[in-house]
Design a protein around this ligand. Structure first.
Ligand SMILES: Nc1ncnc2c1ncn2[C@@H]1O[C@H](COP(=O)(O)OP(=O)(O)OP(=O)(O)O)[C@@H](O)[C@H]1O
Ligand SMILES: [Mg+2]
Length: 46
C-alpha cells in the first residue's frame, strides 16, 4: 500500500538525515518509527 524505495534526504548545508531507506507498509499495518533524537524519523515520515 505504501512503499519507500531508496529514499534519501540531505538538507541544505549537507546534513544527511536519511540514507537509502527501503520500507513496505501493507494495508492495515500500524507502523511507528522508534529511535534516538535526530535519527531521521520525522524526515522519513515527511
Ligand atoms: N530543516 C532541516 N534543516 C537541516 N537539518 C535538519 C532539518 N530537519 C532536520 N534536520 C536534521 O536532520 C536529522 C534528522 O532529523 P529528524 O527531525 O528527522 O529526526 P527525528 O528522528 O525526528 O528526531 P526527534 O526524535 O528529535 O524528533 C537531524 O540531524 C536534524 O538536525
Ligand atoms: Mg521528530
Amino acid at each position: 500500500m505504501l512503499t519507500l524505495e531508496n529514499v534519501s534526504k540531505t538538507y541544505k548545508g549537507g546534513k544527511e538525515a536519511v540514507n537509502n531507506v527501503n520500507l513496505k507498509i501493507e494495508k492495515g499495518e500500524f507502523i511507528c518509527f522508534i529511535g534516538p533524537s535526530g535519527c531521521g524519523k520525522t524526515t522519513t515520515m515527511k
